[in-house]
Design a protein around this ligand. Structure first.
Ligand code: HEC
Length: 197
């Protein structure tokens, strides 16, 4: 009985301390102040186990097909370089201000099943979007295939592989329905209209 009384007492104390902390406003929410190392380790541990649990049944298809790699490179150059860089790209203003900082994917090839899952579903509380909302599995595997080659790719190879990518269909079509994005000035409308079908 005394044990239960003490337990209830300490649970109430913990709740009061939590709300006092939350309402005090002292917690640093700015992206330019790093987490405590204990918070960083806790997030890393939760993320690692959560992803491992979900990728156990994912079997990567063959990823060596050059056409698949090219398709992936085109999508990567349109959607990912601002955060994850590309061959020949030193840094980006977007990436420099992000916390956690997106990994430089020109330095290592991520595990295929894990990369597929993260690209498709995104990662909460980071800037990594869920691309599965707008891209099918085939396209996501193509991006994974490209990522396996990227660390050994020169800037010129990347340029020639993605030369036909600018203005890819579909990518400009999204802002029109996104609501909060202001409409482009009238003079640029015809250029973006070409990707609207
Ligand atoms: C707005 C920024 C942003 C964009 C755009 C973005 N990512 Fe990410 N990405 C992140 C962040 C942030 C992380 C997670 C960093 C962390 O947890 O430490 C991440 C994680 C990843 C990882 C996991 C890497 C690892 O093994 O640790 C992969 C793979 C990845 N992104 C691929 C992509 C691809 C492919 C695209 C384009 C289709 C993309 N990302 C677009 C921000 C971005």
């Amino acid at each position: 009985m005394r044990f239960i009384g003490a337990l209830i007492f300490w649970v109430i104390v913990a709740i009061i301390v939590f709300f006092a902390f939350a309402f005090s406003g002292i917690y640093q929410v700015g992206a330019d102040v790093p987490h405590w190392s204990v918070t960083r380790h806790a997030i890393g541990m939760v993320r690692e186990h959560a992803v491992d649990r979900r990728i156990a049944d994912i079997k990567p298809p063959p990823l060596d097909d050059p056409a698949l790699v090219k398709l992936g490179a085109e999508h990567y150059s349109e959607m990912c370089t601002g955060c994850h860089l590309a061959p020949g790209m030193g840094h980006s203003e977007l990436r420099d201000g992000l916390y956690p900082k997106p990994p430089n994917l020109t330095r290592f090839a991520p595990d295929p099943a894990e990369a597929f899952w993260i690209i498709k579903h995104g990662l909460k509380m980071t800037a990594m979007p869920a691309w599965g909302a707008t891209h099918d599995d085939h396209t996501i595997w193509a991006i994974v295939a490209y990522l396996q080659k990227q660390p050994r790719m020169s800037a010129d190879e990347f340029k020639s592989l993605t030369a036909s990518a600018s203005g890819m269909q579909g990518h400009e079509a999204v802002p029109a329905s996104a609501g909060s994005v202001p409409a482009p000035p009238a003079s640029t409308a015809p250029a973006s209209a070409s990707g609207m079908h």
